[in-house]
Design a binder for this molecule. Structure first.
Ligand SMILES: [Fe+2]
Length: 140
C-alpha cells in the first residue's frame, strides 16, 4: 500500500484485471520517524477489469493511499501530476493498515519499511507513438 502525496493520479487499466483497496487520510498524516494516522476506507478489494473507465485520485480524495493486486496479468497506465520528488516533499511511502473494529470504515495506517531487495524501476516508453486526435475536441 502506497501513497501519492500532493498529487493527482489518472489511472487507466489497459488490459487484465486487478483488485484495488484504498484509503484517504482523515487528517494530515503524522510525519515523525514513521508517517501514519487515521484513514477512511474508499474501496475494499474492488475488482477492476479492462475495459473499464479511467479513474482519478486527488491529494485528499479518491483513494490516494492504495494497494493494487493483479488478478490476471495486467497493465496499468498511471499519469502522476506532479511526479514523486522526495526533495520537494513528495516521497513514495508504503503502509500497512490496521482496521479499527469499533470504527467500521476506518483504519490506522502506519509506515512500513520495505524489504532490502524491493526495487521500483523506471523504464522508457517504447510502445507506439501516442497521438491525440484534436478533431475529437474541435467544436466546429
Ligand atoms: Fe499508486
Amino acid at each position: 500500500m502506497h501513497d501519492h502525496p500532493q498529487m493527482a493520479v489518472l489511472s487507466k487499466l489497459l488490459y487484465g484485471s486487478m483488485r484495488v483497496s484504498s484509503y484517504d487520510w482523515v487528517t494530515a498524516p503524522c510525519s515523525g520517524p514513521r508517517k501514519g494516522g487515521l484513514a477512511k476506507v474508499v474501496a475494499v478489494d474492488e475488482l477492476r477489469e479492462a475495459p473499464c473507465k479511467a479513474s482519478v485520485l486527488f491529494p485528499r480524495s479518491g483513494g490516494n493511499i492504495h494497494a493494487l493486486t493483479a488478478v490476471t496479468p495486467c497493465a496499468l497506465l498511471d499519469v502522476l501530476a506532479p511526479p514523486y520528488a522526495e526533495d520537494l516533499g513528495r516521497p513514495s511511502t508504503y503502509f500497512c493498515d490496521t482496521p479499527i473494529p469499533a470504527l467500521p470504515g476506518f483504519a490506522v495506517l502506519e509506515e512500513v519499511r520495505l524489504p532490502e531487495d524491493f526495487r521500483v524501476v523506471g523504464a522508457p516508453y517504447v510502445g507506439p507513438e501516442l497521438a491525440v486526435d484534436m478533431d475529437l475536441y474541435d467544436d466546429d
